[in-house]
Design a protein around this ligand. Structure first.
Ligand code: F6P
Length: 326
């Protein structure tokens, strides 16, 4: 049986809608099971600066519907150094925190893996990122909300694109992953998605747009995943504009609007289930795993698998987009 008495929670890296729902779930499930809970502010930075407060059930009241994270977040460079992690460990000992639940993306789980190994310290991770780029879970907390934000924005752009008969390149987030761009394109009926996982066939893209314009369409929308591999929307638009000066090309970069807003029901439920599962995992003496949900089943995914960067893009989605964008 676990010797854990007090659990610390933190959110780190880029915020994602549903992080608050996850904080609420972890706090309440921990208290339900008789644990003490402490909230750590500003991600790993809070472990270095000792910004920590006890969390009771009322600390997490009325937050399930809020975007962002009440614990704040940061990308902490100091935690990447052994010296920084030593300070963090000393803080955990001083605060009497016996285990951590960390909520974040790739960078957060990488930090957790290194720290857990270095100090033999129990950590459970929750996948909180709009990018959906963690292996071992069908979706990550925040992804569905971001996808819906993209959909609403692109629908609006479609109105003006159609009125002016323009070709729009719309850049979406995702770091090095194309999930937001590909599914965003399907959801909005876009003509194409340019994603880092598939080599950018600019000629094919141009062909597609040309055919679309020539046949029945009077506007075109291409979703571009931000990434050095795709080159981004601005770069692609410049190339296409140069080749095809007859097109009236515009670029929109959706930016951080994609990270905000009230989480969808999907993200609230996902975060609630994963938060409760994190406490179950600690009760079962699981450590250094990320909670995933695949095919509606909770799974424990070792950190090194989750962050290996090999969550594949579903070819069926790509084919669907191609078939439906004619
Ligand atoms: O990981 C989430 C994310 O929004 C990525 O999609 C994006 O590349 C990055 O964070 C932006 O980070 P920042 O807000 O630090 O500029």
């Amino acid at each position: 049986m676990s010797q854990i008495k007090c659990i610390g929670i933190l959110t780190s890296g880029g915020d994602a809608p549903g992080m608050n729902a996850a904080i609420r779930a972890v706090t309440r499930a921990a208290i339900y099971n008789g644990f003490e809970v402490k909230g750590i502010y500003r991600g790993y930075k809070g472990l270095i600066t000792d910004e920590i407060a006890p969390f009771k059930t009322q600390n997490v009241s009325n937050i399930i519907q809020q975007g962002g994270t009440i614990l704040k977040t940061a990308r902490c460079q100091e935690f990447k150094t052994p010296e920084g992690r030593k300070i963090a460990y000393d803080t955990l000992v001083k605060e009497g925190i016996d285990a951590l639940v960390v909520i974040g993306g790739d960078g957060t789980l990488t930090g957790a893996r290194i720290f857990a190994t270095e100090y033999n310290y129990p950590i459970v991770g929750l996948p909180g990122t709009i990018d959906n780029d963690l292996f071992g879970t069908d979706t990550t907390i925040g992804y569905d909300t971001a996808l819906n934000t993209i959909m609403e924005a692109v629908d609006k752009i479609r109105d003006t694109a159609t009125s002016h008969e323009r070709l729009f390149f719309i850049e979406v987030m995702g770091r090095d992953a194309g999930f937001l761009a590909l599914n965003g394109a399907i959801a909005t009926g876009a003509e194409a998605a340019i994603i880092p996982e598939i080599s950018t066939e600019v000629d094919q893209l141009e062909e597609l747009i040309k055919n679309g314009f020539r046949k029945s369409k009077n506007s075109s929308i291409v979703l571009v995943a931000e990434s050095p591999i795709t080159g981004g929307a601005m770069h692609l638009a410049e190339r296409v504009q140069k080749e095809y000066p007859q097109y009236d090309v515009r670029v929109t970069i959706l930016g951080h609007i994609q990270r905000g807003g009230s989480p969808t029901a999907h993200d609230r439920i996902l975060a609630s289930r994963m938060g409760a599962a994190a406490i179950d995992a600690l009760l079962e003496d699981q450590r250094n795993v990320m909670i995933g949900i695949r095919n509606n089943e909770i799974e424990y995914i070792p950190f090194n698998k989750a962050i290996k960067n090999d969550k594949p893009i579903d070819r069926e989605l790509l084919n669907t987009l191609r078939k439906l964008s004619i």
